[in-house]
Design a protein around this ligand. Structure first.
Ligand SMILES: [Zn+2]
Length: 138
């Protein structure tokens, strides 16, 4: 994938290499829970299974991660954050992720995932713990 001129999938407006690419490609540490959340969204959007597993807390990390090839992640809206700053040890991020199911039709079914995710910071590294789904679907 030629990412140099592409805007980051997380919707920050920055180029991928200057945004989530720093974490996905370079292995740098996301400074905040929100930055990690954005980078994990980008991980889903780009199907970076390795990054998603690496940023998952070992206590809740699945052995296998199935990514649905038909799910096209279109947009991320951060709704709110609680703690999760550089000096915090935990935090939550509420977000809405918009997707389209590429079912072979011109339009495809659209939906959204509304989730509040929990993160913890261990050894200076933010990790995803789990998420409560408020709604999924249309
Ligand atoms: Zn980004």
């Amino acid at each position: 994938m030629d990412v140099d001129d592409d805007r980051c999938p997380c919707g920050s407006g920055d180029r991928f290499v200057d945004c989530c690419g720093r974490y996905l490609l370079e292995g740098r540490r996301a400074p905040t829970a929100e930055a990690l959340m954005r980078s994990r969204y980008t991980g889903f959007a780009t199907r970076d299974r390795e990054y998603l597993l690496a940023s998952w807390h070992p206590s809740t990390r699945p052995d296998e991660l199935e990514l649905d090839d038909e799910m096209i992640w279109r947009r991320l809206d951060i709704v709110s954050t609680d703690a999760g700053g550089p000096w915090d040890e935990s935090g939550t991020v509420e977000f809405v992720a918009h997707y389209r199911v590429d079912d072979g039709t011109a339009i495809g079914k659209r939906g959204r995932l509304h989730e509040t995710s929990r993160f913890v910071r261990e050894d200076g590294r933010w990790l995803y713990v789990d998420g409560g789904f408020d709604s999924i679907g249309d």
